[in-house]
Design a protein around this ligand. Structure first.
Ligand SMILES: [Cu+2]
Length: 158
């Protein structure tokens, strides 16, 4: 239908038609409001600061801010449901991104010291699942990875 025609004919038809058109417009606006949730993750030397314990399911965009003095990453993996989150840190941290611990790697963001990563990480969070947030970087080739220094955490999806 031609929009201009619809609007001009609605003026001819009276206020009831105009009200119907307004209702139609607001209905389509709410249908488009399936905006992803935004979650800001902050990293420091060597921890994720105030990582949320629980998040809502559905489309989510993560951002990452590095408040430390070293280069950090924020990797997110979907925890294998057979692995208890409590036993996670007792397991070899180097293997957290391996298939035995994580069902899939969602992705990662990188940020230099004192900066925000320029991009965002999209995840469609699954209800009832736990996700692991880690930094696997090292300050030097011989140094321990940040995950072993405490840069690891989890959140559960409601
Ligand atoms: Cu790090």
């Amino acid at each position: 239908m031609n929009i201009t025609r619809a609007i001009s004919s609605s003026f001819a038809l009276g206020p009831a038609t105009i009200a119907a058109l307004v209702l139609l417009a607001s209905a389509s606006a709410s249908a488009q409001s399936a905006e992803p949730a935004h979650v800001a993750i902050v990293g420091a030397d060597y921890a994720f600061v105030q990582l949320p314990a629980t998040l809502a399911p559905g489309p989510t965009l993560f951002s990452f801010e590095n408040r430390g003095t070293k280069r950090h990453e924020m990797s997110i993996v979907l925890l294998n449901p057979r692995v208890a989150p409590d036993t996670l840190l007792a397991s070899k941290p180097g293997s957290l991104t391996g298939r035995a611990v994580s069902d899939s790697i969602i992705g990662l963001l990188l940020a230099r010291p004192g900066e925000r990563g320029g991009g965002q990480l999209y995840a469609n969070l699954i209800s009832g699942r736990t996700y692991v947030v880690i930094c696997t970087l090292k300050d030097s080739p011989d140094a321990r990875p940040h995950v072993e220094l405490g840069m690891v955490g989890t959140f559960r999806v409601r």
